[in-house]
Structure formats: C-alpha cells, structure tokens
Design a protein around this ligand. Structure first.
Ligand code: ADP
Ligand code: UDP
Length: 239
C-alpha cells in the first residue's frame, strides 16, 4: 500500500490516503509538542520508537478482544490503519492523580484513584482541549449515547489490560488518553498508544518514563520510552 495524498499534518503524525478508501497511512514523526503547541522540539528516533511501541500495544489489545484500527507496520515510522470517522473526543482514564487533575482539583500528584476516573475532553487545539461531559458531547452531535457508552467501556477494558501489562515490567500506568472513531458503524480504537499519550512511572522509584520528561524538561525522553519498550520485551534493535 502506497501513500497518496497528505490529508492532515498533526502535531506528531502525518496522515495520508492510500489507493483503498478504507485505509490510511500514518507517519510517526520525530516532532514533540506540549502545552498546546507552546513547547516544541525534534526528538531523534521518537517516531520510530512510538510506531513500534504502538504496534505492540495495539496487538495486545486485539488479543484481548478490543477492535483497533491497526493493520500492519509498513516501515519503521509508517503504519497502515483502517480509516475511521474520528470522534473529536479524548477519553482519559486515571489510576493515580497527575497533570491537569492535580492542577484543577488541587490533588497531590501520585494519589491513588479508586475506582479509576474517566474523563472526556473535546479535541480542539484552538480551545486547548477543554473538558466536556457526555451530555455536551451528545447535544453537540459529536457522538450518540450508545457510542459514548461503548467508548467508556472499551477505555476501562484497555486500562485493565495495560495496567497488568505495565505492572509486569514494574511500571505503574498512571493515566492515558485514547481516541476512537467509527468504522462501518462500529466503534474502533484509533490514533496511538505510546508514552506520548500516557503517564508511566517506575513502580518503586516513581521515575517518570513518559512525555512528562519532555513537558518538565527532565531530559532523556526517547531513552525513557526505549526503557519502557525494553521492559515490555519490545525489540527495537533494527530501528
Ligand atoms: P493531533 O491531531 O492531536 O495533532 P497527531 O499528530 O497524532 O495528533 O495526528 C494524527 C491525527 O490522525 C489525529 O487528528 C487523529 O485523530 C487522526 N487519526 C488517528 N487515527 C486515525 C484513523 N484510523 N482514521 C482517521 N484519522 C485518524
Ligand atoms: N493527553 C494526551 N493528549 C492530550 C491531552 C492529554 O495524550 O491532548 C494524555 C496525557 O499524556 C496524560 C493524560 O492524557 O497521559 C491526561 O492528561 P492531563 O489531562 O493530565 O493533561 P496534561 O497535564 O497532560 O496537560
């Protein structure tokens, strides 16, 4: 499958059409951005590492019965995916308090959240991805009640699968963001799962192994992503 027209250039990936109307090619770039595009940088190897990482996670989720857009890796930084009609809502689950939850509610970072929380954000860069609730998402026509219910159920399922997976590598899955879309009337997991869109801490030292290293200027960003991959048994030796 070949790239045809560039459909969209996002902050970290570029999206191309293919000869098949049901498929797209995503190109993972080395661009990193934070604080709604205020902080940007090029991080050598990030695109390749995240593409390989995402393929591994999507495969684990598929094995657990969760339908994803992933079809196959094409090159070190390109992946073939099903073309989804994306729902402009980000689904976030938190197992421990961090990031915007701490800023918004004055909670101490690291507080365990039982049961895990579920939040929705409107995916809109111009508005800074504001938090929304289900009734707003329905009233504004982004998704219907059944689709939102399904997205929530799937996000909790992903949490169960991945919490256990990361714990096996002595890591805590602190929080993560998912995006879903519609494919032939079914809700399917899209976009990516990588350390760019989740928080992961070493279970014992609480060392940050995710994009907070970039946000907070802690350094060794891609090195930390590679450490996570290595702990999960992902082979990066050929990229
Ligand atoms: P952003 O748009 O937030 O800057 P990216 O740089 O990751 O993010 O861009 C990738 C874009 O592709 C996102 O807008 C995402 O919603 C969209 N996307 C991801 N997977 C699919 C898919 N399977 N079908 C259609 N669009 C997708
Ligand atoms: N997240 C993301 N993209 C976004 C917003 C958040 O991938 O546009 C992820 C983020 O990396 C974290 C989780 O969603 O793992 C929760 O993010 P939070 O609301 O705490 O916002 P942040 O502090 O990252 O701005």
């Amino acid at each position: 499958m070949q790239k045809q027209t560039l459909l969209y250039t996002g902050k970290a990936k570029s999206v191309y059409t293919t000869e098949d109307a049901d498929h797209l090619i995503l190109v993972f770039r080395d661009d990193a951005s934070a604080f709604n595009g205020e902080k940007i940088a090029q991080l050598d190897r990030k695109g390749k590492v995240n593409n390989r990482f995402n393929a591994f996670i999507m495969d684990k989720l598929a094995q657990a019965g969760i339908e994803t857009h992933f079809e196959k890796l094409l090159t070190p930084n390109e992946v073939l995916v099903k073309k989804l009609d994306m729902i402009p809502v980000e689904c976030v689950i938190r197992n421990y308090a961090a990031g915007s939850l701490c800023r918004r509610l004055g909670v101490e970072e690291g507080k365990e959240l039982t049961p895990p929380t579920f939040e929705l954000f409107f995916k809109d860069d111009a508005l800074g991805d504001p938090m929304v609730n289900e009734s707003q998402a329905i009233a504004l026509g982004w998704a219907n009640a059944e689709q939102l219910e399904q997205m929530k159920k799937l996000t909790y399922q992903v949490n169960d699968v991945l919490k256990a997976l990361f714990l096996d590598g002595d890591m805590l899955l602190v929080d993560f963001k998912l995006e879903f879309g519609v494919f032939h009337n079914r809700i399917v997991l899209g976009d990516e799962f990588s350390p760019d869109g989740c928080r992961l801490w070493d279970k014992n030292t609480k060392k940050k192994l995710d994009k907070d290293r970039f946000r907070q200027g802690l350094g060794d960003v891609v090195e930390a992503y590679e450490e996570v991959a290595q702990r999960l048994g992902i082979d990066l030796s050929d990229i």
